[in-house]
Design a protein around this ligand. Structure first.
Ligand code: ATR
Length: 285
């Protein structure tokens, strides 16, 4: 089946630096082809100092919606005219929507992606009752805190090597979020219902965070936002301890679903096995 793009096509895309290994074009174009849409999803890697100029050039009709990834997510929020509550709380946007009037709206579908991945891979987990431990205090951690708070998480401990950075993050969220150093883990883990690795540790196959997951309750859920490799050392240790795990690839796929709907006006077809497609790209099968 050939996929025809006409002058009336809906154009979406993704912008990051670098962008070569982004999975998003593969995922969105597979959904576009399956739906037979007159549409395209295109990768962009503008020079870092030209990000704002690039986005300004898309105002008023060039593009319907643009995913934004590392290192532009914070600047994407700043360049927008309006923003969703989640994007504001996360301090970052992974989706810019372009209105016909030239205005840009910032949204964040990483949050729904995180919650969607948990709902699929750990369906028994109740986000409104369990204390959460988040490892890391960068942009990924901030996004996770925002999504979990909006979903009703009662208590979140942000644990970071650099405690001052965790404190800075916690201070912006109020009393439900506390900042801790790594030395607090032995006390936090036995109480935790959900533990999320939001550090860059484990990326590319290295050792994950040092947290001793055998200290967690049997019912605890362990999630890794890193998805290269799919089964990180952190998730392997969680599995060895008998814990239910949630992988970062599912989060990536679940953020792509509401993104696709926002840009192309319809839900992606469930008939496309995007997880299998992504696993193939990752060299996991
Ligand atoms: P992102 O925006 O993807 O979250 P980031 O802002 O660079 O990325 O944050 C990376 C996170 O991984 C930080 O929490 C960082 O801890 P510090 O704030 O102390 O730097 C954490 N991290 C990276 N390397 C680490 C290491 N070797 N040990 C512990 N934490 C590490």
């Amino acid at each position: 089946m050939s996929h025809v793009i006409t002058g009336g096509a809906i154009v979406g895309g993704v912008c990051g630096q670098p962008i070569t290994h982004s999975m998003s074009p593969v995922i969105h174009n597979a959904w576009i082809a399956a739906a037979g849409l007159d549409a395209a999803y295109v990768p962009f890697a503008p020079a870092a100092e030209r990000f704002e100029t690039f986005v300004d050039g898309l105002r008023g009709g060039a593009m319907r919606g643009l995913n934004v990834t590392i290192p532009f997510k914070e600047r994407a929020l700043a360049v927008a005219d309006t923003a969703s509550d989640l994007a504001r709380m996360a301090g970052a946007a992974n989706l810019l929507m372009f209105g016909e009037d030239g205005r840009v709206h910032a949204d964040n579908t990483d949050g729904p992606g995180l919650l969607g991945a948990i709902a699929i891979q750990a369906p028994s987990f109740d986000v409104t009752t369990a204390p959460v431990v988040i490892l890391g205090a960068g942009g990924a951690a901030r996004g996770a805190v925002a999504a979990l708070l909006l979903a009703g998480a009662p208590r979140i401990a942000v644990v970071n090597r650099t405690v001052a950075r965790a404190q800075e993050l916690a201070d912006t969220f109020g009393e439900k979020v506390v900042a801790k150093g790594e030395d607090a883990l032995p006390a936090l883990l036995p109480e935790a219902g959900l533990i999320i690795n939001a550090t860059s540790l484990g990326l590319g196959g290295g050792a994950g965070p040092a947290a001793d997951l055998t200290l967690t309750p049997n019912t605890a859920v362990v999630m890794d936002m890193v998805y290269k490799p799919l089964r990180t050392e952190f998730l392997r240790r969680a599995e060895a301890a008998g814990r239910l795990t949630v992988d970062g690839l599912e989060m990536l796929l679940r953020q792509a679903m509401p993104t696709f709907e926002a840009i192309y006006g319809q839900a992606p077809s469930p008939s496309v096995d995007v997880r299998a497609l992504a696993l193939k790209r990752l060299g996991e099968v």
